[in-house]
Design a protein around this ligand. Structure first.
Ligand SMILES: C[S@@+](CC[C@H](N)C(=O)[O-])C[C@H]1O[C@@H](n2cnc3c(N)ncnc32)[C@H](O)[C@@H]1O
Length: 210
């Protein structure tokens, strides 16, 4: 069975299927969610103890930590955005829709995060498998998202779903990726107060389990 069985053929299509490098060429030094949703991301990272060597995939100029982790590697599309990220120690330009292979050695990071961006991945299962590979035993991959997105670049499937269904979709990505424990989903900020904030994360098997 293919990992993508059960998805409609056009699920991962986008209105703008052109090279992502074009869309992300102009820097966007903006926030994509409101202050309350940003605070919800930061408090989740603090609560989970995301404090070690961290990879922020699909990153920009802001990584939302309340306090910088020991080291922060940011990977994204726009050099100016990444250079403007004050918490970053290492910056990597890399298009995950062209090449899902992460340019890092196995077990390089304690944890990984992805904020308001998982909806742009057209090969999410390969990306999740790569995040799994670069995480150390017990490392978490924390995906957070809201209900805002670039409509021409989000996958069609994402736009058809509501917030709860999107949580289920991200949980499914974890379920279909070997090596992750059972995913946990939480609504960290309900709709109605401003931008809602949903989170789904999973840990890699601890050393003693593997
Ligand atoms: C909505 S912004 C979110 C940025 C940041 N994570 C945040 O929380 O503000 C989407 C980000 O995803 C990144 N991105 C989009 N497509 C990508 C791709 N194909 N490969 C890697 N990063 C990508 C872009 O660089 C952009 O900064």
């Amino acid at each position: 069975m293919s990992s993508y069985d059960g998805f409609a053929p056009d699920f991962f299509d986008r209105v703008d299927g052109s090279d992502d490098a074009e869309f992300y060429r102009p820097e966007r030094l903006v926030t994509h969610i409101d202050d309350g949703a940003i605070a919800a991301v930061g408090s989740l990272y603090t609560e989970l103890g995301i404090t070690g060597d961290v990879l922020d995939v699909m990153s920009s100029w802001i990584s939302h930590f309340e306090r910088p982790p020991s080291t922060l590697t940011v990977l994204g599309m726009n050099e100016t955005e990444l250079q403007s990220n004050p918490m970053a120690d290492e910056r990597v330009i890399h298009d995950l829709n062209r090449n899902q292979e992460l340019p890092f050695a196995d077990a390089s990071f304690d944890d990984a995060v992805c904020c308001v961006s998982v909806d742009y991945l057209i090969r999410p299962l390969e990306v999740f498998a790569e995040v799994r590979r670069v995480l150390r035993p017990g490392g978490r991959f924390v995906c957070t998202f809201s209900n805002r997105y670039f409509p021409t670049k989000a996958i069609q499937g994402w736009m058809m779903l509501d917030d709860r269904q999107r949580m289920n979709l991200v949980a499914l990505y974890f379920d279909r990726t070997a090596g992750f424990e059972r995913p946990i989903g939480q609504v960290r900020r309900p709709a109605g107060l401003g931008d809602p904030l949903m989170a789904v994360w999973a840990a890699t098997a601890a050393a003693s389990d593997s």
